[in-house]
Design a protein around this ligand. Structure first.
Ligand code: SF4
Length: 348
């Protein structure tokens, strides 16, 4: 049974989908032509392409083939900040473009489309979140990277899924209580593992929220030797069954290191591109989702990540359209909790 907030988030998300523009299907010749033109323009415009693991294979190929990077959101921003290019093209979703701008304010940040957002970002509007924080001033505010620049600016810490647990353990050791936002599944996982006292925002990722333990039980009858890899944005019932739980980078490592030849993977299937590179010869199968009636129309693929295509990528390179702008004062405030995480990570 959905609560009121979940229903209103889902209405917002469905309205968004009604206006979405997905890339069109192309023949191999047309794809090759687009790729050649994009590669040429990346050079001419002194631009570097950074792509998230969840984008379509062709985006990841282009980033790999042009000296860019394919990674998680934090590494994308870090790579972009250290790259000499004056323009970064961020193939991912809006908060990733904003994070790149926060860490590289002097650079021009373009995205194939600024319409690509995230259900976690949509479900955590800054006014409501600030009021929630104001009502609990004795709590340290920890927000996930999947939030707007304005929500980051309200936080004490920004964390990614790869470092969330370590930060929570550190805060628990210091006797701190925390406000966690926005992903309730990742928050519950971090709370269970770290024991930190936590007040939780009620948000979710529409892709991971749809993975179902029951489906995994059925699937294991077909693939009895497969290991289950689970991103902690998935429900607790999935995490309980997992052979490995972790961030995107940690799951790729697990695919490489576990001896199994088959893997049922509970995260966006865009990650298969890098898993196949990291563990050639192994087989990756998308974990089962809730199916009909769900807002996730994507079967383990984020509909916003899927909006990054060759046509809109070429268009922004030609026109400079779809530039990410973040207010200078907001950059300053949002950078502090991000920098805190980077410094904490460097000490680990
Ligand atoms: S996969 Fe989920 S968390 Fe990632 S961008 Fe899509 S909706 Fe957001």
């Amino acid at each position: 049974m959905l609560n009121k907030k979940e229903i209103s988030d889902r209405v917002l998300i469905q309205e968004h989908f009604a206006n979405e523009h997905l890339p069109s299907q192309m023949s191999a010749e047309v794809i090759a032509d687009y790729k050649a033109r994009i590669k040429q323009l990346l050079k001419e415009k002194d631009a570097c392409l950074v792509a998230h693991y969840y984008t379509d294979d062709v985006m990841q190929e282009l980033a790999d083939e042009t000296g860019g990077c394919v990674s998680d959101s934090l590494e994308m921003a870090r790579f972009g900040a250290n790259h000499p290019a004056s323009t970064l093209i961020v193939a991912g979703v809006r908060f990733m473009g904003e994070t790149a701008k926060i860490l590289s304010p002097e650079k021009r940040i373009l995205m194939p489309t600024l319409e690509a957002t995230c259900s976690l970002d949509i479900g955590c509007p800054v006014e409501e979140f600030s009021a929630f924080c104001d009502a609990h001033p004795d709590h340290e505010v920890v927000v996930y990277a999947n939030t707007s620049a304005a929500v980051k600016a309200r936080a004490d810490w920004v964390v990614t899924s790869s470092i969330a647990l370590k930060v929570a353990e550190h805060l628990a050791d210091e006797g701190k209580k925390i406000i966690w936002a926005p992903d309730k599944h990742l928050g519950s996982y971090v709370q269970r593992e770290s024991g930190v006292e936590m007040l939780m925002w009620d948000g979710m990722c529409i892709v991971h929220d749809e993975f179902r333990a029951k489906g995994v039980h059925d699937m294991r009858k077909v693939y009895p030797d497969a290991a289950l890899l689970v991103h902690p944005e998935s429900p607790a019932s999935m995490v309980e069954l997992a052979d490995a739980v972790g961030s995107t980078s940690q799951l790729i490592k697990a695919a490489q290191e576990l001896p199994n030849k088959q893997f049922i993977v509970a995260t966006d299937r865009g990650i298969f591109y890098k898993m196949r590179q990291a563990a050639p010869g192994k087989e990756f199968i998308a974990a089962p989702t809730g199916g009909s009636g769900a807002t996730c129309r994507s079967c383990a693929h984020c509909p916003w990540m899927a909006m990054n295509g060759l046509e809109n990528l070429l268009h922004v390179l030609e026109t400079g359209d779809q530039e990410v702008h973040v207010d200078a004062a907001l950059i300053e405030d949002a950078r502090k909790p991000l920098q805190r995480m980077l410094d904490f990570n460097a000490q680990q």
